[in-house]
Design a protein around this ligand. Structure first.
Ligand SMILES: Cc1cc2nc3c(=O)[nH]c(=O)nc-3n(C[C@H](O)[C@H](O)[C@H](O)COP(=O)(O)OP(=O)(O)OC[C@H]3O[C@@H](n4cnc5c(N)ncnc54)[C@H](O)[C@@H]3O)c2cc1C
Ligand SMILES: *[C@@H]1O[C@H](CO)[C@@H](O)[C@H](O)[C@H]1NC(C)=O
Ligand SMILES: *[C@@H]1O[C@H](CO)[C@@H](O)[C@H](O)[C@H]1NC(C)=O
Length: 532
């Protein structure tokens, strides 16, 4: 049967229908589970066990999940696959966390059932996409349910190939290699093993962001499981408030079960890293500043500049990219003229470049990431570099420490792209940029060194922010994907955006499921932890 109707009538009917299903503030979770196809006997057994107070609520929740989904999808602590999955995180801090069980859903309705069972049993959960958030509890949860999205790995091109629908269990390497055969790409991560989920919901900077913007601004639609277990299709046209909130709002609004991203034509490109010693630092900082200021004149070029302390040597690593397979782009000439001790730049595929950058980010070590934002300024860049080396020299004997201060530019073209499709939640605007985005990142081996490593990083942030304020170069924005657990990300989007995000959360999550029952990572108020 075919439905004949005027376009506007159809869309308004669908719109109303979507709205009506979207906000049942007090949807009955028991009924919702029945609607998802969960047997009533399983639900009564859940309620019965919860009334008994023993075993723990999370054991009850995990047993219930096991009854609904079976052994392949729900892993308990004594199972071999549990041991593998619970340690499959980038940082050691996250790999050491031990949930009561791990749930591996295959589709949106499974995720819905998890959200409902968590609420009924009052057992907290965490969600893992690529597992690259550094601090403990970000995507793994002690004594709760960890939801590992690895079975949701669909990658599907639309008929016209203009969009790709991507499951949240994908890492960018798999996305890029799949799209490569069509000579297409999407905006995503620059390191192979990063997950689609965390990167996109926090912002997402790509090699091609000067051309196409950040990942969150390339999303055409999100499929989201909300607090009441409803599966919503969210876009600029449908639930536009939630669409705005998900562009930078992280895990506060629902579990995204599908990201539909805009594709663009992309073949071979050029890129790699150049290592430069201390005499070249002034030239490298000048090149960084000039490329940042001139981004609009050739947006094919990209840069990531790291200062690091490796084997008692101060080193700069300039990771450079060009979107076309051209080795001598004029805009990169200033960088290329600086004498280097190592150079891996060459013409290669996007996937290949992400593998190259993956190799310098091994997993299994202790890790910390920190972020700050400043107005792009050459002297400020030098100041950041100097403070970094000064503070790091005090902890240089920490075991296997590799500390770096990684600098990028949030360019004017990137900021302009943020205004597309109703804008995002980050609170940045083109008229106040371009910005230096500082990412402090350290890897080390021993937990005994945690306190002083964290303190050194906190000091660098505190001192550079204080100096930037003095020079009128500070911006309060803290990039979620690079922030430490001691930084207040959502408040940094500005008071007005934080208020809006909270209002949208009240609408789609009136009982604060994603604040209370998914406690990890950056919540709507404050920072996850306080540095003692
Ligand atoms: C080596 C390395 C390279 C990096 N390169 C880049 C880069 O090029 N560009 C850039 O912008 N950032 C980069 N980052 C930062 C990166 O974006 C963040 O670490 C991000 O959190 C990683 O996403 P993930 O899915 O791997 O992490 P996860 O730890 O799996 O997730 C992070 C958070 O997002 C939530 N989340 C994940 N998926 C979903 C979902 N589907 N629905 C709801 N919530 C979800 C999780 O619950 C968790 O709280 C890099 C980080 C590392 C360690
Ligand atoms: C919720 O739904 C179940 C199943 O339909 C029903 O038995 C129960 O009474 C409902 N609870 C409330 C509070 O309405
Ligand atoms: C990325 O690096 C990790 C850790 O070294 C490694 O286990 C993984 O296989 C790499 N992934 C890709 C896609 O290259």
């Amino acid at each position: 049967m075919r439905l004949y109707c005027a376009f506007t009538l159809c869309t308004s009917v669908l719109g109303v229908f979507g709205q009506a299903r979207a906000e049942p503030a007090n949807r009955n979770a028991t009924q919702a589970l029945l609607d998802n196809g969960v047997a009533s006997s399983i639900i009564s057994s859940l309620t019965e066990q919860l009334n008994k107070k023993s075993p723990s609520t999370c054991s009850v929740a995990c047993n219930t999940l096991k009854a609904v989904f079976g052994s392949d999808d729900v892993l308990l602590q004594d199972e071999a696959q549990y041991k593998y999955l619970s340690s499959a995180y980038w940082s050691q801090q996250q790999a050491l966390v031990t949930p009561i069980c791990i749930f591996t859903p295959s589709k949106a309705i499974d995720v819905s059932t998890l959200v409902l069972i968590s609420q009924l049993s009052q057992c907290p959960f965490a969600v893992k996409s690529g597992g690259h958030a550094a601090f403990s509890g970000a995507s793994n949860i002690e004594d709760g349910i960890t939801v590992v999205l690895e079975k949701m790995k669909n990658i599907e091109l639309s008929k016209d190939k203009k969009t790709a629908a991507i499951g949240p269990g994908n890492i960018w390497y798999d996305v890029y290699t799949t799209l490569e055969s069509h000579n297409l790409a999407v905006i995503g991560g620059r390191v192979a093993a990063i997950g689609v989920g965390g990167l996109t919901l926090g912002g997402g900077i790509s090699f091609f962001s000067n051309i196409h913007g950040w990942a969150c601004d390339s999303v055409v639609s999100f499929e989201v499981v909300t607090a009441s277990g409803v599966v919503l299709d969210v876009s600029a046209a449908k639930h536009s408030d939630l669409f705005w909130a998900l562009r930078g709002g992280g895990n506060n609004f629902g579990i995204v079960t599908k990201f539909t991203l805009k594709t663009f034509p992309q073949g071979q490109m050029w890129g790699g890293g150049k290592q430069i010693l201390e005499p070249g630092f002034p030239a490298v900082i000048k090149a960084f500043y000039n490329l940042g200021m001139n981004a609009a004149s050739d947006p094919n070029a990209g840069q990531i500049l790291s200062f690091a302390y490796v084997q008692n040597t101060r080193i700069a690593s300039a990771d450079l990219q060009y979107a076309n397979p051209i080795a001598n782009a004029a805009i990169l000439a200033e960088y290329m003229a600086i004498p280097s001790i190592g150079d891996t730049t060459k013409v290669r595929s996007l996937a290949d470049l992400t593998v190259q950058f993956n190799s310098s980010n091994p997993s299994g070590l202790r890790e910390t990431y920190w972020a700050a934002t400043f107005k792009l300024d050459e002297d400020m860049t030098t100041f950041i570099k100097d403070i970094f080396f000064e503070e790091i020299s005090l902890i240089a004997d920490a075991s296997a420490l590799i500390p770096a201060a990684t600098l990028q530019v949030i360019t004017t073209p990137q900021l302009e792209n943020m205004e597309r499709n109703g804008g995002n939640a980050l609170g940045l605007s083109a008229k106040s940029g371009p910005f230096i985005l500082l990412n402090l990142n350290n890897m080390w081996a021993e937990a005994g060194d945690d306190a002083r490593v964290l303190k050194a990083n906190a000091n660098i942030i505190q001192r550079t922010v204080a100096e930037a304020k003095r020079r009128n170069l500070h911006h309060e924005y803290i990039y979620m994907n690079y922030a430490s657990q001691f930084q207040a990300v959502i408040p940094s989007y500005g008071a007005e955006n934080q208020r809006k995000l909270k209002a949208i959360a009240r609408k789609y999550d009136p009982t604060e499921v994603f604040q209370r029952w998914q406690p990890g990572y950056f919540k709507l108020d404050g920072s996850p932890s306080i540095l003692s």
